[in-house]
Design a protein around this ligand. Sequence first.
Ligand SMILES: NC(=O)c1ccc[n+]([C@@H]2O[C@H](COP(=O)([O-])OP(=O)(O)OC[C@H]3O[C@@H](n4cnc5c(N)ncnc54)[C@H](OP(=O)(O)O)[C@@H]3O)[C@@H](O)[C@H]2O)c1
Length: 309
Amino acid sequence: MDVYTLPDLRNWAAVTASESPPIRLSVFGDPVAHSRSPQMHNPALRAAGIPAAYARIRILPDDLPEALRLLPERDFIGTNITIPHKAAALPLMDDVDPQARRAGGVNTVVIEGRKLLGFSTDGPGLVRAIRADFGFDLRDLRVLILGAGGGAGRAIAVQCAIEGSARLVLVNRTFERAQALAAELAPDFRETRVTGPLMRLEAIPWTDAALARQLPHIDLVINATPLGMDSPELRRLSPIPASLLRPNHLIYDTVYTSGRTPLLLAAEEAGARAANGLSMLLHQGALSFELWFSRPAPLEIMRAALLKS
Ligand SMILES: NC(=O)c1ccc[n+]([C@@H]2O[C@H](COP(=O)([O-])OP(=O)(O)OC[C@H]3O[C@@H](n4cnc5c(N)ncnc54)[C@H](OP(=O)(O)O)[C@@H]3O)[C@@H](O)[C@H]2O)c1
């Protein structure tokens, strides 16, 4: 079946009787049909010789508590959590990793006995993606995040704080959300790391003038908005025009629904290095695999499977 539901989970033994190997991992989301996680995890499970399969389960927001509580009874190893459940899952865990608590959401659940343990691999996945795509560590970079008010933007900003990034500039359509996040992260950015005319941590309004003032003092620009996603109204929109980018910028688009997003095209026009969100998806998935099985993930198999999907 392509997508399971809560009624299926309630009646799991009968509904999945013909599944071999048994489904013991999943991704919860709403919608979830677009998730590429099964295409990445099932080949990894096969390659590692683990007799378990990974499936999509569409869970409506009100049903999340029941769905999570059913997992230990259904002999699940764990689950991923995606839009819109990451924050709502946090208080439903028996124990939460401190990094996930700071990120404000859970994207990976590990089941230990009857307990649900919550983790967030989005931020650590981005660290690995930036290292793999650009050869830099997040802590050495001056970072500007577009969409710092959302779940992914927040997870990335918190990761920059944990890593001690050289600078962090938060940009968001709803400015107050970027300001609130900057206030929360301020204690992590007290120490001076770079000299220059601008503050080490700032929230700025989303205007061309404010961006133009910041960008000469930025190494890495990250898009954490859905602009550029594969929907009729978003897919042509770049969050930032090519005219504001410079060849020395590193551009990372968390959007991965199309290979060359509008932001990647803008980066190309500006002569800047750029990568799309496929590597973040890959590395957050590999980190989930490592949490579930306490062993390295078969990264190249997962990468090849993702590219094929
Ligand atoms: N590559 C990966 O592994 C990975 C992982 C997670 C997420 N992502 C990507 O990250 C993006 C955001 O996901 P999310 O879960 O963080 O979503 P979210 O929680 O709904 O946040 C959306 C963010 O984008 C902003 N935004 C939404 N529409 C906008 C528009 N038309 N113009 C400007 N800003 C807009 C929102 O600003 P307001 O605060 O003003 O609403 C908010 O900051 C998606 O594209 C998703 O695919 C990728």
